[in-house]
Design a protein around this ligand. Sequence first.
Ligand SMILES: Cc1cc2nc3c(=O)[nH]c(=O)nc-3n(C[C@H](O)[C@H](O)[C@H](O)COP(=O)(O)OP(=O)(O)OC[C@H]3O[C@@H](n4cnc5c(N)ncnc54)[C@H](O)[C@@H]3O)c2cc1C
Length: 483
Amino acid sequence: MISGLNPPQLDTVPLQNLYDFLKPVIVPSTSPEAKFTNWAKTFVCKPLAVFEPTDEFQCEVILAIARREGKVVRAVGVGHSPSDLACTNEFMLRTRHLNRVLSVDFEKRRVVAQGGITLNDLHARLDEHGLAMINVGSISDQTLAGIVTTATHGTGIHYGVMSTHVLSLTLLLADGSRVNCSRYERPDLFIASICGLGSTGLILNIELEVEPAFRLREETYSRPFEDIVSKIDAVARSAEHARLYWFPAADSVRVSLLNRTHEEKTSNGSWVWDSMIGHHVLQMMLFIGRYFGIFNLWATHLAAWLVSADSIGVDDGYTKFNLDCRYLQYTTEWAIPYENTEACLRELHHYFREENADPEGARTHFPIEVRFSAPDDIWLSPSNGCQTCWIGIVQYKPYGFSVPYRKLFDGFEKILARHQGRPHWAKAHPLLPEDLRKLYPDFDKFIQVLEQVDPSGVFRSEYIQRHFMGKLVDRRAFKARRT
Ligand SMILES: Cc1cc2nc3c(=O)[nH]c(=O)nc-3n(C[C@H](O)[C@H](O)[C@H](O)COP(=O)(O)OP(=O)(O)OC[C@H]3O[C@@H](n4cnc5c(N)ncnc54)[C@H](O)[C@@H]3O)c2cc1C
């Protein structure tokens, strides 16, 4: 009997017995699930084995096999990272069945949940208890561990990235030991793990600070780029959660201001934008834009016009935080020190105008998303040490077809880098250890923790090898064909 053995005992069990024990949770190699494709269908991998454990002990056994066979284990949530962050050629541990809420404490405003729970499920469970997450990004499809390990952010100049709401973690380390960590217990491991990209260990449970359920009142208006950029500080400070959607080819910016309210729910969507008609018309225009670039610009004008009306709407907080991210997309996003926001946006404005005016230039899609976050002390958080402005760019893949994006993104990245930009960890970026060390004062403390808790590199996937260890792992190694 294997059940109940501790990690050193597991190391003495014949390998075949360990595999036999895991048989029910090994995805058959003939199943489509044995291959991993990220949400945007931009990166794919075919791991040696994909495990879908249903309990923690099975995770221990997977690690025991990995140690024995010298394999990497990559945890994966729902694969929404736009880069190859979740990819591996070795062992993939999919967390879809590790998705329970373990406890909710209304008085203390805390929830403990397994790392594989999706935010959508967590919102529903919290709602039953009159609680809600404090801040949420554009979608709620991700897993809780996925957002924590990548320092996923929403918006709000006084609100930190979502990892700042984590109170403690239970981790399964490479040696099979289970440890708790928090700001008071193994603080280095904790700080490393709340933006650790899955490299410190497998996150089993997350204790999260939450708040009483709330509604948000959203006020939106659209104005020319110049009107907004010239008073960007006032706009960013004009709401608890301010965000901007910039339509470069239309030279307009839609401002969305969210504040907590007790008002009744009212809707404020644009019927055409929200309906299938708007969805398909825009997508068709972007598709034709693959052949006739001018259609991309017309699509941007149409989209900007569809959402241009001033509006006010009220809904549950998590509903208002989220939005329709439309179509599969290439994307990248960088964080810059807040004080560089205006200068950076102006430089981007110039760049996009030149590209769109040049017959051979890149054609921008929409929107450029501009958001804000408060400073934090998490070693690898892009908001580390400074109030932050996040600027994200997308180029859609209409009907899943590829569009040119590399040249546009290269120019975008150069501008963001000039403004001391730090890339979003979940989005593809070119930075290597020597670059990251300059951007993150505590980069080496992070590496030290990795060496302590995982000296043999069980959790060092290809992405970690490339960006943290400086190993030559091609950025295009997992690139999906046709993209
Ligand atoms: C349409 C869309 C909208 C988005 N909106 C935002 C946004 O508003 N703000 C923002 O900041 N980001 C945003 N993102 C990025 C997204 O939040 C992150 O990529 C997030 O990590 C995705 O979660 P996931 O569950 O899909 O994780 P995956 O992509 O599956 O994995 C991401 C990382 O988490 C690690 N991981 C997952 N589970 C565990 C575990 N149990 N233990 C240890 N490590 C684990 C993986 O190893 C990997 O390193 C968006 C992405 C998309 C596609």
